[in-house]
Design a protein. Sequence first.
Lengths: 289, 399, 240
Amino acid sequence: MSVDIYKINPEFRDIMPQEIIDLEDNATWAGESVEKRGISDLTDKKEILEEHSLCAGCPEAAALRYILAALPLPEETIIVNSTGCTSLMFPHIALHTVHSMFGNQNAVASGIKRTLDWRFPDKTKDVVVLAGDGATIDIGLDYTLQSFFRQEKITTICFDNEVYANTGGQESGSTPKGQVFKMAPKGKVFDKVPMWELAVTSGCAYSVKLTASAPKKVAKVIREAIFIAREIGPTYIHLYTPCILEIGLAANEGLWEMKEQDKDRFADFKYVSPEAEEHLKKCKKEGLL
Amino acid sequence: MSIKNMTKEKNWSGQKLVSTDYLLFEAPREKHFMTGSEVLKEAIKRCTVDASVSYPITPQSEAAHLIGELWAEGYVGLYFRGENEFGVMSEVQGCAMAGARTVTTTSGPGTLRAMENFPTWSGTRIPCQLILMARGINSPLTIQPDNLEVSFLLETGCMIWYAENVQELFDMSIAAFTVAEKPDVHVPIITAVDGFFVSHTREAVMLPADDIALHPYDPYAAPLPPIDSEMPPGRFLRDPFVMKSNYISYATHASWQWEVRSAVDRSRPYAKHFLKGLVHITGDENAEVAFVACGTAAHQAKEAQRELTKLGVKSKVIKLRTIRPFPHEELLEAVQGVKYIFVPEFNVVGWLDKEVSTALYGKCDAKIIGRPRVAGGMSMPAEAILKEVFENTDLKQGA
Amino acid sequence: MAKDSIKIRMPALGGQGAVTAAHIAATAADTVGYYAVSNPFFGAEKRMAPSESYTRIGTVPIYDRGEVIYPDIVMIYHPQVITMGKSYTMPFYAGIKENGLVIINSEHDLLTDVDKEFLDSMNVKVLTRDFTKFAIDIAGTELATNMAMLGALFGALGVIDKPAIEEGIKDRFLKKYTASGGTATLDSVIEKKFKKKLDLIEKNLETASAAYDLTAEWAKEVGLEPMLESVSMVDGERVI
């Protein structure tokens, strides 16, 4: 079916809002584009996201826009989300998305992916999980790791802002040691949980840690992760998207903060299993990367 | 095994596709002798089930692993063990949302561990089936049958049916898929049955041949589109509304909760047809004493009813097949002329007593006695029921 | 015409301090002997996204809780509440009672003819002024907009005086205050701007005071009748 399901019934075109018409006429869907879709589309093409109610300047919003622009096959991508700040953006995405409860996003995604593989054995359906550090590492750790143990063919993206932002700023497992947040008035007692390392030992074929400071870098990592998840095994992306509100920055300071962390806590980490490495070489040869 | 092997006439395992009416009412049957767990495998085998996710807990572990055998044998499309009951029910949600006919099982502590999922299931209108093999809840620990857990599920917005014995478990779990999947119903169904009393008890059962099966689930006849990128996204309920606007959220949440309960109500005519009545009455016509019960308690009441007849007391058993929707009309009609209504139950709180009392309040003159109640997994011999009858009425033995 | 209790709805944008304003208003009212309750809207707070808060003040115990659906007074803290519909009610004055009051922080008149006709029919008075300019001119920061709005509210009501407002402001900024992350962040931003906390208090008061005077003047001009019964304390007891 692919892109056809997003086409407007011609009888209703004249009363449709402009953004819906643009979605049909000016968005980059993989099936129809002559050129590969990517970050450069952000300047003049219709994005698959229409507004959002996150804080002005929120790095999560920027990161989501890069991710949506980078998906290799958006019309066949299903995104599973969990409670948290990220869920404020989800009602505004043009694709099939699911708001799981909290922490169980990888479990829901496992059910969806396996069922789609069963129902459509000849089609490519990408299932991507996008959740915050709380959902992925704390309340959902069990389900996140178990989906890796089971080798579920999904891509898990963690938007790490190192705090439970949506509930007013409590410490999370991903908060650095010593940082003062609510429920840690004397400073966090234990170290930041190295989820990107846990992903490797739990069975991910690909695990990356980075900030969202460079759009094209984020786009590359997304594509690699999704291609590997299709064939080899679960993939994990740990993305720093700071909460400017909780750490006291102005709307335009998020990018600066991410650039600082590129050199510090979020200096690059990348693990690619041998099979995944082979597969990436193959994808490059086929011009997919 | 692939879904590609399915044709218009046969499913992927080569079974001939038949209507639910044929499978339940017309296909010739043969006698077998098996436990409730084994009969569940037989039922699922004939239902063209796409997906099942399992986790062990006594007393449903056997049933759960037998469904796994069905997958290995090519009848169930996909199957795996989840990490715990909360995970399993979330995985079931994912499967059903993506368009699979899905079944799972759990008991007691497992049910409570998964609790958050059940209102999510009904709120997302997925027609999955949960076979609930009732077991007591901690603390203290008991693995034996006590159905207190059903009281926790009453307001989750799911349909709840209660099977009395091995035969009823077979027929109900097949009918359950059909009724749950009706486009004007389309809510989850919990088929409850007592652990050990049924799951581990071997008895005679009549089964149709296993080379026939239900037609597959059609997710595109659902009131909400499946999450599979084959239809425009109708994300309506999969969205967190509060993120758009408080007032939209309030209005949606309120009206949606009403809608889910209305959907359960709309299942009545279908349940009536496929279960051959929401209630089943046995015993004496002009009975002064009635037992209103479900599951094994109905069985025990039938023993008591027989004994009472020998003692010269007329009684009848009104077995409730469905708890949600609650059969108000049928119950009211059945208790006309009755002087004493006993509600025997396997739990301390008397959840069925409360349901019956609420349903009959102001409409029936009979005295309602919520006894006997046994708990912790104890059995309920007919003697215990008879004792209650003679202690709480003016009836005399050998009248 | 004065009522025994009034309900105030304050639609604003996240980061403007509407929640703080509602709190100070209630505290000020409480100080002079009124029963008062304040609460923010029930939702996630996000910068520049809709954020609403409510204050109820009365000479009788206030049992009403939750979001104010039928307000006597609506205070619009930012033009975008109207121009971009960043509001939980459409139109922004939905539910307003007869003889009510609307205060809008805006340089320009944002009402349509339809709006004006309806509000006139309900005898609702509307004050549109650039209160942010007050804040910038007097306190040097637009973050003091909420102080100006508070001043305007009390100037229009007339029954809660400037010393009470001072009490409310001191209570909020001098005592230990449990705030959510966003509010705490803005608190520290504000504190950095003033050498001493007392300077902050002084500037806030000046801002509120100027707005109070302007609005009291305006209320006289347009013939705004007293909306709330007056109250006073004698030996710690309320006297109505």
